[in-house]
Ligand binder design. Sequence first.
Ligand code: IFM
Length: 477
Amino acid sequence: MTAVDAHPLTGTAAPVRFPTGFRWGTATAAYQIEGAATEDGRTPSIWDTFSRTPGKVRNGDTGDIAADHYHRLDEDIALLKEVGVTDYRFSVSWPRVQPTGQGPASQRGLDFYRRLVDSLLEAGIRPVATLYHWDLPQELESPPAAGSTAGGGWPERDTAERFAEYAHLVGAALGDRVATWTTLNEPWCAAFLGYASGVHAPGRTDPAAALRAAHHLNLAHGLATRALRAALPAGSPAELSLTLNLHALRPLHDTPADRDAVRRIDAVANRVFLDPVFHGRLPEDLVEDTAALTDWAFVRDGDLETISAPIDSLGINYYNPTVVTAGTSDTPSPYPGTADRVGFVPAPGPRTAMDWPVDADGLYELLTRLRDELPGTPLMVTENGAAYDDYADPSGAVHDPERVAYLRSHIAAVHRAIEDGAPVGGYFLWSLLDNFEWAYGYSKRFGVVHVDFATQRRTLKDSARWYAQVIGRGGLD
Ligand code: IFM
């Protein structure tokens, strides 16, 4: 029973209440909101380079100014207080705190995050820090300089080692105050959109390099987990996690061929991360499916043990389900080794401004799958939300009933999963602010707070006020 179902006897909707202690948050990422791209010693990331490359980002938008969060920290924390979140998930910009991707930290860069974390704590909000949300220092993507091993991006092992060093620096600086650390956000996007389909930075279209990138991101997660544990004060209650954008997959038809299409995408989108991190192994079928691209010799002895170091929770980002069938896909595909075997079919139903189908059952399916496959692993929904073409009306109000409906159905799906035994401890709405939506630039608005990018004026949308009520009452009515 959820708030969206009528009670079978009374015909009225029963209120939905989440367990005491459930975390309610919003999420953002550094490059998408901070701006201040050249201030206080920050150097370019791969997204600065990519967004400046003609034709890569809609309207030629860049994150140079974004939502100017770097200069509006206090105002944005006041917004978080107004919404009443218990937790705030943000990411640390690697090129801001370690400008060349190696060597000592920039104190000016760290100071920004110290101020953010201290202000959150003062406001009674738990800081949830992601170390990597796609802004690799450009210097680590560019080919190595003479005499150096650093460079070449995630397809190179050295990048994972550099990441562990960066994690240690940030952990040592903020480890006494951050409640939850997430090593990586959506490594699938970093590896496969970045290096296979090339629609994200750094824009490479080399499927074999993308598979190497996926392994080195896994390794980076494992090495960073170890580095964080070493950097945190003894007895620290901080939790360590990883956030994946797992695909909720469905076959178009219930046939062996379509079920095989599901298996193939499941291997290269989900199990490529889940199996090494939680079971210390590579998916055998993925190794077979990609044999024409690589022999996986870049996986060294001991890597899988490092990658599977225990973590305290798994974050799941969910937006929509994916329907597949036996067939072919356009290339360059973000799913190496599948383009001549798998086709993608638009899921039915209403759509968001991203043209993504609205289907909350996919979230329920993912959470209950993880309940069964990873028993005992606490789960968090670390992103969920929707883009719509919001605007301020003449009175200045921003009405977004479709977003409220989207959020309501997805929060109800989380509740349903909890009732059915999924250990979900929190929900983070994406996103607090309208922001730089990667290759779509500023054309897509995911915020519950509207940002007028010409003036940087913030306006709470109806969905922010609605979410504040959900948090206040601990559920849906
Ligand atoms: O904006 C992104 C975010 O950076 C990562 N997860 C998906 C969101 C919406 O596309």
